[in-house]
Design a protein around this ligand. Structure first.
Ligand code: ACO
Length: 425
């Protein structure tokens, strides 16, 4: 039977039948109903209930706390895969065979270096520039080095530039980190895998080879896997929005980095650490919780638009934190975070609003234990999210349903006014 929604406008008796498909109606079908000369539209700030695309990449069940990439549970991927395997999966739809993975890793290794002129650009930023701003500007600047990426309709050209950007993100991030520390850059080491090489470029001193603890390499892989994609979030929406006007992928990912930087999105990991430091000790936790409940503060790292249950990524990070602390020593802020969580999970304010820890609640504590300053935390998020953004970019620009993103507004300004000459104002 045809599934339809019947709408009747009481004032005029006008009736409309809207086909229902995939649990949605087409917003444009509503335009058939004319309200005082205006076609009927929906009002949905923040896209609470509006689907903007079909996507086969990531699935989330927010009530059950389930996250799957291409059908695979993130828990399974975090346990068994590497980040590059997951990036391949996101981009190609299938897990790679051993040969495919080897070829993919080789391609990524080949493209790790960044152009010398980009190093000059980095050197031009103020000594205390925020790492996310430098990352956003540098990724946008890649387009000046690879202008052929504008030809996004060519699959080969797209694949080359996707690999380039995934390969260069850790190098860029490590260079930005070392610039902040006024240390000379450490070039990529082709003998190392993606995460080991990243740790080497970050922390290498005078030694010829940087031997990272395998448990830290694994922790990095897990963090990268957990952050790789998250369907239509704020930054992915920014990537898709910029892609919809026909842009190259560097420009699009740069827009995604900008969106990610905000404290309500990826920037929450930095904000969580600042919050924990401000609370400082267990004694101050009750006062902080009271301020949150009075609406004076926000508990950073808590709450999510989609998850109304414990964020599965937060669960995995919470477990991984202990492994990292075995090596690095315990971060005392962990106890403050645990106490905040304990109180919140038993407090009506948080439970009635279904506010649970999200991915950012424990990741900052782990990043700090790994030796990163808080300003770098969101950069660490952006590196793996690049594969998700690019998978979404690829899906977007090859989507036959793609239209330039152009929302409507409800105009509330003045009606037509006669121009007032300067002398009469
Ligand atoms: N602390 C205290 N109260 C909160 C929080 C929080 N972290 N999050 C939501 N609430 C309350 C709101 O005040 C609101 O209460 P009300 O109904 O009494 O007005 C209710 O919960 C619903 O909140 P909204 O802001 O409407 O929810 P929305 O879906 O728009 O926001 C968001 C989601 C932005 C993530 C929000 O929960 C938040 O600000 N969290 C803190 C920032 C954060 O951790 N962001 C990272 C998210 S994960 C990521 O992007 C990678």
């Amino acid at each position: 039977m045809r599934d339809v929604l019947q709408i009747r406008r009481v004032a005029t008796g006008h009736e409309l039948e809207l086909p229902i498909s995939e649990a949605t109606i087409r917003a444009t079908d509503l335009r058939q109903l004319n309200i005082g000369g205006e076609p009927l539209a929906t009002f949905d700030p923040g896209f609470f209930n509006t689907a903007v695309c079909h996507s086969a990449i990531t699935y989330i069940d927010g009530d059950e706390g389930i996250l799957q990439y291409r059908g695979y549970r993130v828990e399974d991927l975090a346990e068994h895969s590497t980040y590059l395997e997951v990036a391949y999966l996101l981009l190609n739809g299938e897990l790679p065979t051993a040969d495919q993975l080897a070829a993919w890793e080789e391609t990524i290794t080949l493209h790790r270096r960044i152009p010398d002129k980009l190093k000059i650009l980095l050197a031009g930023f103020p000594y205390d520039a925020h790492p996310m701003s430098m990352l956003m500007a540098s990724v946008a600047a890649f387009f000046t080095f690879y202008p052929e990426s504008q030809d996004y309709t060519d699959p080969e050209c797209r694949a080359l530039n996707i690999a380039r950007l995934i390969a260069k993100m850790p190098t860029l991030a490590a260079f930005i980190y070392r610039k902040g520390k006024a240390k000379p850059y450490a070039d990529p080491d082709d003998e190392y895998g993606y995460c080991h090489n990243f740790l080497a470029m970050l922390f290498k001193q005078a030694e010829r080879k940087y031997a990272a603890d395998p448990r830290l390499i694994r922790a990095m892989e897990v963090l990268f896997i957990l952050h790789a994609d998250h369907e239509q979030n704020c930054s992915t929406n920014a990537v898709r929005c910029v892609a919809s006007s026909g842009n190259d992928l560097y420009t699009c990912v740069s827009a995604g980095i900008g969106a990610l930087h905000g404290p309500l999105h990826g920037g929450a990991n930095e904000a969580v650490l600042k919050m924990l430091r401000e609370i400082g000790s267990l004694d101050n936790v009750p006062d902080f919780i009271a301020a949150v409940k009075r609406g004076e503060r926000r508990m950073m790292g808590f709450g999510h638009r989609v998850y109304k249950n414990y964020d599965p990524r937060a669960k995995i990070i919470r477990q991984a934190v202990d492994d990292v602390f075995d090596i690095t020593g315990v971060n005392p802020l962990l106890r403050v975070a645990q106490e905040l969580e304990r109180i919140a999970l038993n407090d009506e304010y948080f439970t009635s609003r279904k506010l649970y820890p999200n991915v950012d609640f424990y990741s900052g504590i782990m990043y700090e234990a790994l030796g990163f300053p808080p300003e770098m935390f969101t950069v660490l998020f952006a590196i793996p999210r690049t594969s998700g953004w690019l998978a979404q970019y690829q899906e977007c620009v090859t989507d036959p349903e793609l239209k330039i993103a152009r929302p409507k507004q409800i105009y509330t300004g003045p009606g037509h006014r006669r121009y007032v000459p300067m002398a009469q104002r």
